[in-house]
Design a protein around this ligand. Sequence first.
Ligand code: 0A1
Ligand code: ZN
Length: 882
Amino acid sequence: MLRPDQDQVIRLTDYRPTDFQLATVDMRVQLFAEHADVLTVLQLERRAGAPATADLVLDGDELALVSLALDGTPVDPSQYDATPQGLTIRGLPESGSFTLAIETRLQPQLNTQLMGLYRSGGVWCTQCEAEGFRRITYFLDRPDVLATYRVRVEADKAEAPVLLSNGNPAEHGLLDGGRHFAVWDDPFPKPSYLFALVAGDLDRLGDHFTTMSGRRVALDIYTEKGRAHEALYAMDALKRSMVWDEQRFGREYDLDVFSIVAISDFNMGAMENKGLNVFNHKYVLLDSETATDGDYAGVETVIAHEYFHNWTGNRITCRDWFQLCLKEGLTVYRDQEFSADERSAAVKRIASVRGLTAHQFPEDQGPLQHPVRPSEYREISNFYTATIYDKGAELVRMIATIVGQAGFRAGMDLYFARHDGDAATIEDFLACFVEATGADLTQFALWYSQAGTPVLKVEERFDADRGELTLTLGQHLAQGPAGTGTLPMHIPVRFGLVGANGQDLVPAPRDGAPVEGDVIHLRDAETTIVFEGLGERPYLSILRDFSAAVALRTSQRERDRLALARLDGNPFNRWRALSDLVGEALQAATIDARGGNPVRLNPAIAEALIATALDETLEPALRAQALSLPSEADIARLLGENVDPDAIHIARDAVVTAIGRQGEKRFAPLFAGLARQGAFSPDADSAGRRALASVLLDFLLAASGTPDRAVQQFRTADNMTEQFAALTMLCHRFPEDDATRDALAAFYSRFETNALVIDKWFSLQATVPSPSALATVRALTAHPAFRLANPNRARALIGAFAAGNQIGFNRADGAGYAFVAEMIQALDELNPQVAARIATAFRSWRCFDSGRREKARAALAQLSEMKGLSTDVKDIVERSLR
Ligand code: 0A1
Ligand code: ZN
């Protein structure tokens, strides 16, 4: 593929508004078997104050111009330059409004990048965020150019009975030759990245919602033929999201229709196009036979996330792509709060923090580090990251902690009232909380510009004679590859002082201490706080609910942590006390294993885990979290440098076996007692019981050394959660066993026609923790069901191997790295975005031992020298090497 050189760096400081203002967009899209004709009429006007001679420069990407007319008259070719990458028009009117009619011809069936207009399983669909609209027509393709759109779609009626675009339906009718049309009107001004068009032969699940002001909204979910019933849970999640946004944020839906379309070829999870969300079908379609509890939770979250974007993203959008966290961080915060309210708040918080530390921390601590609001980029698609989304959400959460829940709602109300219809900035957002609450967020704003994970160090000293507890809190931010500064930030540290019986003591900080209720406001590099009037030495429960995105270092004694794991009234911190103990034990075990020594585990730690498993006062989902040990990648991150993944694997397995043996007699009846009575239900409580049963089963298998219990569960399960858990344990623990081979084959033939389940089958084999997984994965690339061009399938095999198989990817001989590099190169020819995403698996290469480091560096270096590499992959590879 021929690629233009797009190596320029885009900088936040270069931002300036366009010279031309756009008012309306009128489109006609004619879809044919081999091409699509797009006529776009723009109503434009030179902006007041813009130079009278400024040219109009429109973005394009692989476009072909068919015709160009100004106010109805063809433009003389001497007046414009059209290339596939842009259209520059000279001599446009100095004042007054004018129209430009632009005709382009596209070939959606050849579009494998899945950006712009493409075909997926015969359906025409679009993806325009961030810069896909310029692949449909020449345009001011940037988020601060807002316009109302009227779109007419035409296609063959038999091939595409469903014709959709943004907004409300306006007209529809028949055309000659078996064709038909539909016109859609979107009254809300929007940027081009929110444009969408869908045409195809789809099934529909219809429902409706009555908003708080009594308006009736039609809700439609479109799926491939014969699968509309699999969207019932998604529809339920959508209605719950609509109610929640009204109640929690006072936000009402604004169009007459809200539609979701499930598509099988999609680069990301889903897209919040105004009134017409397009989803990866993975986040729409499910039932209990084909989807796990994790899939149900994923559908609920993504449905909510995209719906919440209607206000945080669509009604208020971003001025430029540097402000991406303005919509993404805020919307993730909102979807997390929704899940917390719908399910268990503590369990949701633990899951979110586990996700943050597993995905965002390594990004923030490695070569791909960037601030939540970056100041430059080469390829914006590479900035849909855990930092923008998940750390971005943590910053919103910190604001809520600093200004309090009521202040947060007041600030949000002001934000919605003041910026509705705007393309806003982070400064606009912060100003609303400052004005609504009087808080000073000047220092807090550093969180948006400084990359890296601050280390929060906490020391405690108790003076029994005076009854005083002295805390010394220090923060340190190392200068990382992003080079964005290391100033002390405002860190809200939620805490509790826990008495001997688990009750929270009322803290009495000495006058002048920066403490408000249960929050310490750390603003300096170091602060000492004295709590007075303590009759006994309390257990310090610090950073409750993970109130700030920091790496916590305490010198807390093991027995204090064991006490907190038993007593802390804050369930999140109770979980963390245990998780820290286990994390340290796993690090020590890895050192044992690496030295060729037998792995030891302090029986008191195993006992604490077993006691938690048996504690009926705790909800099962929380117990399951407590018993799910840190992953091999988590342990690698804790160790930090000179990591040997083989030693980690041996150590972790030995620790699981030791816990299993110590707990076996108590786990077995607990496991048996969790067996379900009655029909399957995906609700959070039932899912929690299944999660607990599943971790118990893994301990029991490790202890017994035989696959029998897993084989039994695999055979008798009537739902995917239990069946897939059993299959995973068989593959991971007994990869060579005949029973495993049989189960894998049976699973494949049973679900052969369901792509989402077959994705699971591929990724399960890709993540078997063994050096021989590489041979399996390589062989699976030749499997008839493997298709590199399908993002879900590519991620299921190659992505899962690279990001989810510590031992296989990081093989000491470098063969894992070489294989993934080769696949990235092949995929880059088809789909640069997905290739670049898979390439981020290399980001932690510097933490391994020197042998692996050299092999990884060599694979990256070789990749970076490949000819014809996309900007997307080049950007990731070159930054990874810096
Ligand atoms: N805004 C979407 C994410 C998204 C971004 C880019 C895409 O291009 C392929 C697709 C989706 C969200 O936050 O859900
Ligand atoms: Zn989003």
